[in-house]
Write a protein that binds this ligand. Structure first.
Ligand code: HEC
Length: 133
């Protein structure tokens, strides 16, 4: 191999590394982007596949009675709840595995079986909606 090629090879490796880093960072925004927030809001308000609507327990604005946490502004706190979980990952965990992290001041009474009632797309849509709040 010509010695002159080596710097180019190194450059390629560095660029590929940067690119894959960027792609991981983008995963969350892509997860949100692949969800349909409008459809997610319908699931939130009406439920899906016989699972209870989220709105039964989660108000969307302060000052309204809410059995679970009011979800206005949940996007801002989602990324700080659990070390190592991004906003979208935390929201997903909150829905499919609600007892994994219990919000302080609340009891673990969230409907536990959304993972069985919501499809992957339903979940993506609900998460996309939550990310608009
Ligand atoms: C039966 C009541 C109930 C239903 C229905 C319910 N939740 Fe919850 N949810 C709770 C309670 C109570 C908590 C707080 C305790 C905990 O962390 O598990 C909670 C916590 C959460 C959190 C974490 C909030 C935070 O501040 O960190 C999210 C996000 C959430 N729920 C989303 C949803 C979504 C989306 C749905 C519908 C797919 C839903 N919940 C349906 C009761 C419910």
């Amino acid at each position: 191999m010509k010695a002159g090629l080596i710097p180019y090879l190194i450059l390629m490796v560095v660029l590929l590394g940067l690119l894959s880093g960027l792609m991981t960072a983008n995963r969350d925004s892509q997860a949100a982007a692949s969800g349909n927030a409008t459809r997610g809001e319908v699931i939130f308000r009406k439920g899906m596949n016989e699972a209870p609507p989220c709105i039964t327990c989660h108000a969307l604005s302060e000052g309204v009675y809410s059995l679970g946490p009011v979800l206005a502004g949940v996007r801002e706190r989602a990324g700080n709840r659990v070390e190592g979980l991004s906003e979208a990952d935390y929201l997903q965990q909150s829905i499919v595995e609600p007892t994994a992290f219990i919000v302080s001041g609340y009891r673990p009474i969230m409907f536990p079986a959304y993972a069985e009632h919501l499809s992957e797309q339903d979940l993506r849509d609900v998460i996309a909606f939550l990310l608009t709040l």
